[in-house]
Structures are given as structure tokens and as C-alpha cells.
Design a binder for this molecule. Sequence first.
Ligand code: IDC
Length: 508
Amino acid sequence: MKKSIFISAVIFVMLMCGCAYGFSDVSTDDWFYENVNGMTENGYLSGYEDGTFRPSGIITKAELVSVVGRVSGLEEKKSQTSHWAGGMLQAALDASLYDWDEIPPTGETFDEPITRQLAVKIVMKAFLPDEKGDYNKVSGSVSDFSDLDGRYYDSVIAAYSNGVVYGDDKGRLNPKASITRAEACAIIMRAADKRGNLKPYTPPEAAEPPAPVTSVSGGASENGRLRVDGTRLVNERGETVQLKGMSSHGLQWFANFATEDAIKATAAYGANLFRCAMYTGEGGYLSNKAVKDTLISAVDAAIRQDMYVIIDWHILSDGDPLANADAAAEFFAEMSERYADCPNVLYEICNEPNGGVTWDGNVKPYAERIIPIIRANSDGIILVGSPTWSQDLHEAAKNPLSGDNIMYTCHFYAGTHTDWLRQRIADCNLPVFVTEWGTSAADGNGGVFLDEAQKWIDFMNERGISWANWSLCDKSESSAALKSGANVSDGISADELTESGAFVFGNF
Ligand code: IDC
């Protein structure tokens, strides 16, 4: 594997920025200056790439626990999720810094803002677990003490009595409101100073992409590097390959079904493909860079299972791929460098262009910008969408891209898209890859439409067209493959599959 200088487990951003003096939005007059400085000097927390610290930004559960874990010297544990902070959250849960119900280890609430009362509890349990305080004094001076949930009394009282928390100018704690980055720095540093014995934190060296440890039928160790030959996807011996597997749902929502366990359980049914749907909008990557770490863990997990794996830049509400082309360029430069020599990885550069964009005016120019960036590192398969949610193959066919190993995606939902779209595939004379399809209607729900889905399966099998089904999750929508509450840690049992899941898994 090519040596890549990827830094994983990045908390707020990638730069391990040396000190607060550098932040354009933190000045020596700010009340939190010392705390932010102490935090960043020791490498516990970093600023953003644009040189800001964003002191009034809101802290999530994952972020707070990660920083507390770093400062207090917790060692990451094996997590049941592939969330970037899963290891530290598991360690904190094991150390009883909080209870299971406050932050369930499933990952679903990791990226929600943390409440002030829970933040105070975690900080006190981590640094000053034996400190007590004066109930009468604190309950009398904190004007909104009655808003606190009873389980936080002890920690909050101890925090006030030990100078860890002061409350605002009206004596309020606002226990159920969110906490800012500056405030979190302040309470963590005050508690840590009081305990003493601070050790600087060095982030773990990013692991290299892994090698397969198991082999699946039709996987990468059997087929090797993929190429496009005419309209076909072929293996390193020039034989047609049909990849079949599941797409994740949005990684920002369902990281718990993009774990090693979930992917392995899918491979056990014969899938040789996994698609990692990294939404860009809808609370995805553009507003939450940590989703990239979830994606990397999922890609690595799929590689360990010997599967092929699609890195999907999942544009949806942001319908014009050109709108965030700078971010895409940076992302694909990093991904193609990390996975440069890895035969497993395919790059899907724009899930579904939509909203009045055209092939000639938007999608093709975007592809022409992103493809050379990937090609600088990798000859892997590049999958390109088309307008109208990746259905306008006929437009792409009039003015195709030049270059090798490029395929065009076609997305269908059996309740919405029928013969006419199959005809379009048959007519376009392009190499087509169905990177997303569902047994439901196009909204991900309704049906399921298994008769029509069977027509599609037959059509794709006849032509050797590869596919990924939407989606591997337990959301209550008919396209989801898993029943609500499915537990993938011990494999996926037949009775955990929905009607759609049973149909799709039966077709791997
Ligand atoms: C849907 C999900 C649904 C979610 C919605 C908006 O199934 O739970 O609320 O997105 O984020 C697509 C998209 C895919 C859609 C899917 C079903 O690529 O993101 O997922 N679909 O509507 N294209 C056609 C259908």
C-alpha cells in the first residue's frame, strides 16, 4: 500500500494547530483564552483548517467524550459502531463516565449536541469523581437548579463547589441547553487542572488501508483489478464480472449498519460489493466532516472482507455536483491517495444530479474536473451519475466522457421505474453500473414491488450489470433490508430481513 499521511480520528478538523495565538477568532481578552490555549497546546483539541477555533460552535456528545477521554488519558476500546469516536465512547461507557441510556453505544445519537448537565457529569466523573459539594449552597445560588434532572444533582453540585462551573451572569446553568466549544474547554481544563497530572495527547498514527483477511466468492482476491471493456466490467483476466451487494443508508444516520459486523454478515449471504453512501448535504459530510471517518472505517471493513467497495459522494438535496466541486476535489484526492493501490475501491463521484442540471453544462464538466484528480493516484473504476437522479443515460450517451475505466450509473426503484428505463440502458451503448436500486417506489417507501424487481434482476443478470441495493439499515421504510432493531453483531438471521431484504439477499 502506498504510504499515505492520512490522519484518522480527527476531532474537529485535520490541523493539529499549535496554539490559540493562531486563531483568528480567539483573542487574549476572551474569558476562555487560557482554557482554549491549554487545550490546543496539549493537542487535545484542534482548530479548523481556516484558522478559526469557532468558540461559540456547539459540541456534540462524540466530541465532548473524545476530548475528555484524551485529556484524562482513556484508552480507546473496541466499538460496535464504525463512528470515528466509537472507541473512545466505548471506553468512557466502560469507565462509567455516563450511563448506557444517556449515550447508547449504537452510535445513533453520537453526533447530537450534548446537554450541559450531561457534559458536567462526564467531566466530573472523569477528573474529580470523589469530590462532593454543598447541596444547600448550590441549589440556593443556581437560579434554574429545579430544571436539572435528579441524576445530575451530585455532579453539578460538586462542579460548582469545586470551581469547575460558574453559570452565567444570571446564575443560570441552563442544564438542558447545549454547550459551546469555549465552555467545554473551560470546564474540562478547570477540572483537569484541579486533578493535575496532564499529559499531552498524540493522535494515533493512521492505520494503512488493510488487506483482505477472508475471501468471498467473486471478491477482489479472485478478480483483482477491474477494468471496463466495451460496455462490460471485467476482471484482471478480461472475464465479465457482476458485482452485487448492498448500499449503506446515509452514513451520518446509520453508521451502525456500516460496521465490520454488518458488512461481514452481508458478505456471508454472498455479496461481493458494499456501497458507502456518504451524503454531502442532509447533515452529511459538508456540515459534518467526521462522517468521512465513518466512511473510511466502512471501506476498510469491506476490504477486510475481500469485497469491492464504492465510495459514494452522495449528492441529493445539493443537486448540482458543481456546487461543491472544490470539496469533492479535495475529498477524492485524499481517498484516491489512501486507496491508490487497492483493487477493491470504486469511486462514485456524484450520486444523483437533479434539479434542472444538465449533462453538458453541469455533470460532464464536474466529472472532467474530478476524474483527473483520481487518475493522478488510481486507475480504479470511476462511476458517474447523470441528470434526473441518474436516469439520463441517453444524455450522457450523446456526449460521453473520454478516458478508461469510466462507467455510467443508472438508478431505479421498482415501484417507479419500469420498462422504459431498462430500454434506455439497452439503447445507450454505455458501460452501466446500477449503484443504487430499490424494491420500493422512488421515495424509498411503498410496495414492495417484487414482480417488477424480478424483471430488473433478470435484465441485469442477462447483461452482467453490477448492482447495489438501497439500503442496509433498519429504518421503517420498505426499501430497508433489515427489520427494526435488527442486531447485526452475530450475523443477520433470516427473520431479521424484511420482505425487501429477503428478496435482495436471495439474489446475491
Ligand atoms: C432516501 C432514504 C430516506 C431518506 C431520504 C432523504 O431512503 O430514508 O429520508 O433519502 O435523505 C435516492 C437517493 C437516496 C434515497 C432513495 C430513496 O439516492 O438517498 O434515500 N433514493 O428515496 N434516489 C432515488 C431514491
